[in-house]
Design a binder for this molecule. Sequence first.
Ligand code: ATP
Ligand code: MG
Length: 426
Amino acid sequence: MQLQKPKGTQDILPADSAKWQYVEAVARDTFKKYHYGEIRTPIFEHYEVISRSVGDTTDIVTKEMYDFYDKGERHITLRPEGTAPVVRSYVENKLFAPEVQKPVKMYYMGPMFRYERPQAGRLREFHQIGVECFGSKNPATDVETIAMAYQLFSALGVKDVTLHLNSLGNTASRAAYRQALIDYLTPMRDSLSKDSQRRLEENPLRVLDSKEEEDQAAVAHAPSILDYLDEESQAHFAAVCEMLEGLAISYVIDTNMVRGLDYYNHTIFEFMAKVGKSELTICAGGRYDGLVDYFGGPKTAGFGFGLGLERLLLILDKQGTELPVEENLDVYIAVLGKKANGKALELVQALRRQGFSAERDYLGRKIKAQFKSADSFRAAAVITLGETEVETGQITIKNNATRKEVRASFEDLVTDFAAIFEKVLS
Ligand code: ATP
Ligand code: MG
């Protein structure tokens, strides 16, 4: 029997999920400023939605898909990334229609699945926050989307972030470069890794992206794609660089960066963060002007990025950044004696109804243990409810930090706790 979680997955327990919620809230808040709305697509898709669009020869499709046939013999896959599903949805819901305001800006957050070899920051179920913008060819869209990621990282306190930038150009430029790269790599074919020998035929640009040492040595002096950009592609890339400079966002041009997905053209980028001596990619994206068309919609420009939540949290942790997620409680009710049990329930519910966060003892423990709970829950105020309090209806509310005490009737607590709480805290 297998009663443990599957390899490469994680349980996110409450103390951690507070951090997740914080990051997600900052992301939502940031995206709202850029006029993005949330889209939620299914966790699984038809296999074909992913396979051709992400690329038949990419690692994601050839090695990492969680695919299966369902009971209706449909070829299904858990989604490995967010862009293809969002583009599928954009077309299926006809968001390209003229009456829908352009550009259409959407973000998502949720689980993605890739059958990978698990290691730190690399999981089989992981989570991405991503954005997609449809209908703007304007290089200002590239730059504001990059700037949005940047603003999110600063809001979260991520340090030592570097923007890596490249351009794949338009289809014609990319084809010209592809041939140049084949011409360059073919004579050294034998020195390439097995995977890259295969890539050389199927998808030579991906050799640039290989993590194998022998491949990295081979491509160190490869021709640069930037020398193969035609006029249109050059103009777009120059505009992006200029606008980034206008916003004082510094970048490094990395001509060997090609990204792990096939659908990109023109601008592609990655944000890397330094942790100790190594650099980790937290966020990656770019322009994909052919993807809507591929899904059967009209030719539409697209730009987006995806960022790995686990990796972001790992980086924050390694960089020693504390997120402001300390939980606290307005009131803790210490309960003494069986007769107080019912009244404690009435009181705790009345406080919650009035909008306060409140917890109580359920276990009939000694008073000391209960006060310990109040401390560990970081309760601002403590109410002790014993048999005397139940009989007299008079109750003491204590400030758990200053020990200041306020007396009030049970009725007042039930009807107007706000006034009493204010007194206790003042
Ligand atoms: P890598 O080169 O690290 O495999 P990738 O090119 O496959 O990354 P993308 O598909 O562009 O990554 O995904 C965007 C981001 O999602 C990555 O930068 C990373 O932060 C995160 N990510 C990708 N795969 C995983 C994974 N298996 N586990 C955790 N996070 C991941
Ligand atoms: Mg990968």
